[in-house]
Design a protein around this ligand. Structure first.
Ligand code: NAI
Ligand code: SAJ
Length: 432
């Protein structure tokens, strides 16, 4: 077994560190956020993930320890953030982690980058930073192995998913295979080029984003034909070579809406990919159109948005479609009443006109979001929108909701309600 220093103990690094410890390695979890390290040591987890608590608790009782300084180790695994800023991948976290590794790097150690990055990052950005150690690439091993776990199923997918491994040389591939082989049950797909592994990771999320954009466009077209888009998609998917995804109020999370744009860092050929991004981001405006059609006008109405997590049964509200919808509703009302806008009062903006947008989510706990209880969000509202497919929403009692609402409109943007039961309770359900 080996010593492993994991850099970055977030959604990816913390479960990975725990699973490595479970496999018998001596694991040192390092993060620049000292409060986070204190919390992990107290057993307070910031990552809401089924099964994670138990795995972390037993790892902390065993061979996982958190460290406030980077330590020498056979393997350094880098799992730091790579956000999109001003249209470009922000790689300063990767560079900072590389510098910290360089200070402790020894001949024959292995460095593996797991963060999602634009093609070329391992070789062109991380490698040169690591060489500040005085060692050349080749004297130490260097590989890229992207993380592909699905939030909500992280522990299982860490073990089960196939894993792409791109090493700068044969020794790097071999070293990375030895580490992942100790806990991965899926296939280890090796390649002799880290850039290819980086590219492949981005393709997977780009495929999903473009496919969802197609489903969203299909939903809007189906509505024009008065057809149920989900029924049409299910029927189309019976063909052995068709796999359309599902429409919704937008694509959230900090991966799928961002990663496709990393492909544009070294290429100006993005066209369909950018259009798909625009279609998915435009779904908030489409849901707003649906509300306007149902309510006549959204000015001076109350709308309950059920779900600000970016997807069902998780607590993560990054790039949340529900929050984007809330902003779009408010912008639409402001734009309608801006000076000169069609329907604006004489003399310009009518400051008394507004929209009351209430937010509810049973999983998200972010205190900045002014979330309301379900009864408070629904009480007296003119309409409700299901923006996240949480299990709790699928089993809502239509009669109770109908009694709480003032209006009778529910937009089911995730297609999770039993429409017949809701309509029997007197609710008009508009599905995407
Ligand atoms: N969350 C997900 O579902 C997936 C994320 N990824 C990718 O994995 C990478 C990490 O993502 P998350 O774990 O979600 O991010 P996160 O934001 O949850 O965690 C990153 C952690 O790195 C720490 N950090 C920042 N700079 C550091 C440094 N120089 N040294 C040590 N620690 C540092 C931060 O304090 C934070 O705790 C990103 O590139 C992301 O795109 C890939 C697949 C899935
Ligand atoms: C190719 C792929 O499946 N990538 C996964 C994805 O995780 P993530 O939770 O972001 O993906 P997701 O479940 O597709 O959700 C993203 C967004 O897309 C929406 N969504 C998803 C599927 C669908 O048919 N329609 C739809 O509108 C969701 O509601 C959500 O708002 O991105 C992760 C990542 O790269 O961070 C990756 O590890 C995961 O395996």
């Amino acid at each position: 077994m080996s010593s492993v220093c994991v850099h970055g103990l977030g959604y990816i690094g913390l479960p990975t560190a725990a699973v490595l410890a479970e496999a018998g390695h001596d694991v040192f979890g390092y993060d620049v956020d000292v409060e986070l390290l204190d919390a992990i040591e107290r057993g307070e987890l910031h990552v809401d993930e089924p099964g994670l608590d138990d795995v972390i608790a037993s790892a902390l009782d065993g061979s996982l320890s958190v460290t406030r300084e980077v330590v020498p180790a056979d393997y350094h695994l880098i799992c730091v953030p790579t956000p999109l800023e001003d249209g470009r991948a922000e790689l300063s976290y990767v560079e900072a982690a590389g510098e910290a590794v360089a200070a402790e790097l020894r001949p024959d150690d292995t460095v593996i980058l797991e963060s999602t990055v634009p093609p070329g990052t391992t070789v062109e950005v991380l490698g040169p930073v690591l060489e500040r150690s005085g060692l050349d690439v080749g004297e130490f091993s260097l590989a890229y192995s992207p993380e592909t776990v699905l939030p909500g199923n992280v522990i299982a997918e860490l073990h089960d998913n196939d894993r792409a491994i791109g090493g700068v040389d044969a020794a790097s591939v071999e070293a990375a295979v030895a580490l992942y082989g100790s806990f991965v049950e899926g296939e280890l797909r090796t390649m002799s080029d880290p850039t290819l592994a980086e590219f492949v990771k981005l393709l997977q999320n780009t495929y999903r984003d473009v496919n969802i954009a197609l489903a969203n466009e299909v939903a809007m077209i189906a509505a024009d034909y008065d057809l149920d888009s989900r029924e049409a998609i299910a029927l189309a998917n019976h063909h052995p070579r068709v796999d359309l995804h599902q429409p919704g109020p937008g694509v959230g999370g900090h991966c799928i809406p961002i990663d496709p744009l990393f492909l544009g860092q070294g290429s100006d050929r993005l066209d369909l990919i950018e259009r798909a991004r625009a279609i998915n981001d435009g779904m908030a405006a489409y849901v707003t159109d649906l509300l306007e059609t149902e309510l006549g006008s959204i000015t001076d109405t109350s709308v309950a948005i059920l779900g600000v997590a970016y997807k069902g049964n998780v607590a993560d509200a990054r790039e949340s479609p529900g929050l984007r919808l809330a902003e779009t509703l408010q912008q639409r009302v402001r734009a309608t009443h801006a000076p000169g806008a069609e329907g604006a009062g004489v003399g310009g903006s009518d400051t008394d006109t507004e929209i009351d947008v209430r937010l509810h989510d049973p999983h998200v706990t972010d205190s900045h979001l002014a979330l309301e209880s379900l009864p408070d969000a629904l009480s007296g509202a003119d309409a409700a929108v299901i923006a996240t497919d949480h299990d709790e929403y699928a089993v809502l009692d239509p009669t109770e909701v109908a009694a709480q609402l003032d209006g009778d409109t529910v937009i089911d943007a995730k297609g999770i309600l039993d429409v017949a039961a809701w309509e029997a309770a007197g609710v008009t359900v508009v599905e995407l």
